[in-house]
Design a protein around this ligand. Structure first.
Ligand code: SF4
Length: 355
């Protein structure tokens, strides 16, 4: 474990995790109280692993009519990120979408975060604190709803560009002494930073999602600059080579009306999927920075989906959540802007600041 790599003996590391994890995640103490009493060496190892837990405040919440709650989180250096609480439509579970970076350097053209450019990586502590803030907030505002059981790294940033912090954050989220989520309920999504996959599978116990979005290199390179560094063939070969046996990858494919939603595109997608242990999520494009990349018609979505199913592909259509509050896929921009007219908002929440 990371604390041992930083000089603590195994039993010492376990005691530190036990002590701090219990204090923060189960007793609801703040960071200062939780780390009070730790020895100098233990404190130094903890800080080197998790980073200092800086004050993070939910500056504003926007609540969509579908129940999705977008949190604008202010970091200690006055930069902003967003996290989104997504209750399932059938009330069966609650998912939190977290950010891994402030902004993003990958510049996918359909994504608001990509327009910001990369400001900095988040520390493991800043990533896990999004879960802590969301859990405490959700317990206050949604008593009786399912607690947050699933986490997706699909917010701002490319998680594999900040892999060490993401690995440490996932470890905390899935440790019984901390958040205690089941690892199968944590999903890390990448645009296809294929050369990091060996390190990902070696250091992160979570599901992998790959954002594909185009069935050929020409269109993928147009929408996702990563494709110039790693084309579809190289991406497929890296997945097939490094995916642990018995595991599968989730392929995300955003449907852009008139651009990648023809049945011939579904055929190309199926060709690419041959030999890849995968299931597919079809995501309907949300309004984003490029108005030309809009949602397809219902009939094209239905036909594309059916074509995949008929071809033996396990595929689901994911309907947008949080679109009205800019909380859906590709919409996160972390702008402290006023909410859309008519939607409820809450400014700040002092009771969950500085967890
Ligand atoms: S889709 Fe993901 S990787 Fe691409 S710009 Fe947006 S946040 Fe970055």
């Amino acid at each position: 474990m990371a604390l041992q790599q930083r000089g603590l003996r195994a039993n010492q590391a376990r005691q530190v995790v036990n002590h701090v994890g219990k204090a923060i995640w189960h007793l609801g103490l703040d960071w200062a109280a939780a780390t009070d009493g730790l020895g100098r060496q233990a404190r130094a190892a903890l800080l080197a692993t998790a980073g200092d837990l800086p004050p993070m405040v939910v500056d504003r919440q926007l609540v969509d009519t579908d129940g999705t709650r977008k949190l604008l989180v202010r970091l200690a250096d006055d930069q902003f990120i967003e996290a989104v609480i997504i209750p399932a439509s059938d009330d069966s579970r609650t998912t939190l979408c977290v950010s891994s970076q402030v902004g993003c350097g990958r510049r996918c053209v359909f994504c608001e975060t990509g327009r910001l450019g990369l400001s900095r990586n988040l520390s493991a502590a800043e990533i896990t604190t999004q879960l802590l803030l969301a859990q405490r907030l959700w317990a206050q505002v949604a008593a009786g709803s399912p607690p947050i059981s699933n986490v997706v790294f699909m917010g701002m940033g490319e998680p594999l560009d900040n892999l060490e912090a993401v690995a440490n954050a996932v470890a905390v989220m899935t440790d019984d002494l901390a958040a205690g989520l089941a690892w199968r309920k944590v999903t890390v999504s990448t645009v296809g930073v294929a050369w990091k996959l060996p390190q990902f599978f070696a250091s992160v116990r979570a599901n992998l999602a790959v954002s594909l979005n185009a069935p050929d290199d020409r269109r993928r390179a147009q929408w996702m600059p990563i494709n110039d560094r790693c084309d579809l063939a190289a991406l497929k070969s890296a997945i097939v080579q490094h995916l642990p046996s018995g595991r599968e990858v989730l392929i995300e494919y955003i449907l852009f009306g008139g651009h990648n939603d023809a049945l011939a595109d579904a055929d190309l997608l199926m060709q690419w999927l041959t030999g890849v242990p995968a299931r597919v999520n079809l995501i309907i494009a949300n309004p984003g920075p490029d108005p030309a990349l809009g949602a397809p018609s219902r009939s094209s979505i239905w036909a594309f989906h059916k074509h995949l199913l008929d071809g033996g592909i396990r595929a689901m259509v994911r309907h947008p959540h949080g679109q009205q509050v800019g909380g859906a896929c590709g919409q996160l921009a972390a702008r402290p802007a006023p909410p859309p007219f008519g939607l409820p908002t809450t400014n700040g929440n002092p009771t969950i600041a500085n967890p």
